[in-house]
Ligand binder design. Structure first.
Ligand code: ATP
Length: 354
C-alpha cells in the first residue's frame, strides 16, 4: 500500500464534472507534481486531498487511514498557496508557531521548533518582523516554514512560486526541493509551468480536462509522451505534416526522409514532431536524413542560438550551441537540417494519436 492513495476521485460542480475518476498512488517521501493548463482540475484535486473540497465520488487514504470524510485540520496536512497567506498582523515567529499552538504544543517547545524552522529556511534572524517587512521570496519561505512546522504527513503546494519574480522563482525551486528531501516529506506540487515540473519532480502527473494524461518521471514525460496532448504541452515541439511513403520514409515538402510513421500506411498523412534540440544544421556535406529549408528567424540566446526554419508550409525551431568561431546563418539563408529518425515523434494520422 502506498503512503497517499487517491482512488476513483470524481468531482462535479453542479452539472460541470471537473475530475473524472482520478487514481494516483504516491510513495512516502515522494515529490509529485500535478501539471496541466489552467482549469484542468489540479487545484480541485489538491483541495480534495486537503479536505477543503469534498469529492463527489472516490476516496483519499493517507498512511493507511481513510481521510475522505475528515475535516482539513484532522488530516495532518500542510499547505502553501500561491498568494502569500501569512497573517499580516502576526510576526514571523507567531505565523510559524500558529499550527503548533493549535495543536497544543507547549510554549517552550514552540519556541525551539520555530527557531529550527527559520534556520531551515535560511532566515534565522527575522522572527520579530511582520510579513509586510519581507520580500515575496521571504514570505513564501515563511509560509513553507509555517506549513511544515507541525510536521504534517503530506505537504501540498499550490503554485507557490508563480507570484515571484523569475530569479527568486528559480532559486526557490532548488530550496524547496532540498528542504523536502531533507525532511523526507511526501509532497504534491501544483503548477502549470512545465519547466518547474520537469526540474523539481520525482514524478509528474500530466492532466488535461479533469483526466490524467500520463504519469511518469520527468525523463519519460519529456522523451516518451504517450499522448498528443503531453507531447505538445511539455517542452517545445515543431510539427511537420508529411505523407507516408514506403519503407519507413515520409515525404515532407517534396523531400523524402527517414522517419518512423508508426502504424500509418503509405499514402496517409502524418504529423511528425521534433524537439528543437534534436535538430542540427548540416554543414557542407550532405547527410542522409536532412531537410532543405530556409531560415525565417534567428534568436541569439547566449549559450544557445534558436533558429526558425521553414519547410514548405511548416516551420521548425532548431537549437544550436553558440560557437564563437562560426556565426549562425542569417535570415533567409538556405539550410539543411539533420535529425535522427529515432528522435521523431510520430503523432499519427488522427488527432488524439500519439
Ligand atoms: P488554475 O491553474 O487556473 O488554478 P486548475 O487546473 O487548478 O486551474 P481548478 O481550479 O481545479 O483548475 O478548476 C477546474 C475546473 O473547476 C474549472 O473549470 C473551474 O472553473 C471549476 N471550479 C473550480 N472550483 C469551483 C467551484 N467552487 N465552483 C464551480 N466551479 C469550480
Amino acid at each position: 500500500m502506498s503512503f497517499l492513495e487517491i482512488a476513483g476521485v470524481s468531482k462535479s460542480f453542479g452539472p460541470n464534472t471537473v475530475l473524472h475518476g482520478f487514481d494516483l498512488a504516491v510513495e512516502k517521501g515522494e515529490f509529485v507534481t500535478f501539471l496541466g493548463p489552467s482549469g484542468c482540475g489540479k487545484t480541485t484535486m489538491l483541495r480534495i486531498v486537503a479536505g477543503f473540497e469534498t469529492a463527489s465520488r472516490g476516496t483519499v487514504r493517507i498512511d493507511g487511514q481513510d481521510v475522505t470524510g475528515l475535516a482539513p485540520n484532522a488530516r495532518r496536512i500542510g499547505m502553501v498557496f500561491q498568494a502569500y497567506a501569512l497573517f499580516p498582523n502576526m510576526t514571523v515567529a507567531d505565523n510559524v508557531a500558529f499550527g503548533l499552538k493549535v495543536a497544543g504544543v507547549p510554549k517552550a517547545e514552540r519556541r525551539t521548533r520555530v527557531e529550527d524552522m527559520l534556520r531551515l529556511i535560511g532566515l534565522p534572524r527575522i522572527a520579530d518582523r511582520y510579513p509586510y517587512q519581507l520580500s515575496g521570496g521571504q514570505q513564501q519561505r515563511v509560509a513553507l516554514a509555517r506549513a511544515i512546522a507541525p510536521r504534517p504527513r503530506v505537504l501540498l503546494l499550490d503554485e507557490p512560486l508563480s507570484a515571484l519574480d523569475a530569479k527568486i522563482r528559480v532559486s526557490l525551486r532548488t530550496e524547496i526541493r532540498d528542504l523536502q528531501r531533507e525532511l523526507g516529506i511526501t509532497t504534491i506540487f501544483v503548477t502549470h509551468d512545465q519547466e518547474e515540473a520537469l526540474s523539481m519532480s520525482d514524478r509528474i502527473v500530466v492532466m488535461s480536462d479533469g483526466r490524467i494524461e500520463q504519469v511518469g518521471i520527468p525523463f519519460e514525460i519529456y522523451n516518451h509522451p504517450r499522448t498528443r496532448f503531453v507531447a505538445s504541452f511539455v517542452g517545445t515541439l515543431g510539427l511537420l505534416k508529411g505523407e507516408v511513403a514506403h519503407g519507413g520514409r515520409v515525404i515532407i515538402d517534396g523531400q523524402e526522409i527517414e522517419a518512423d510513421a508508426g502504424a500509418a500506411r503509405p499514402g496517409e498523412t502524418v504529423t511528425l514532431a521534433l524537439r528543437p534540440e534534436a535538430l542540427s544544421l548540416q554543414a557542407s556535406r550532405e547527410r542522409s536524413n536532412a531537410l532543405r529549408g530556409e531560415i525565417t528567424s534567428v534568436a541569439f540566446l547566449g549559450s544557445v542560438v534558436r533558429l526558425r526554419a521553414r519547410f514548405g508550409r511548416d516551420e521548425l525551431l532548431i537549437d544550436t550551441f553558440n560557437d564563437p568561431a562560426a556565426p549562425p546563418p542569417g535570415h533567409g539563408a538556405a539550410v539543411a537540417v539533420h535529425f535522427s529518425p529515432a528522435d521523431v515523434l510520430c503523432l499519427g494520422a488522427e488527432p488524439g494519436g500519439p
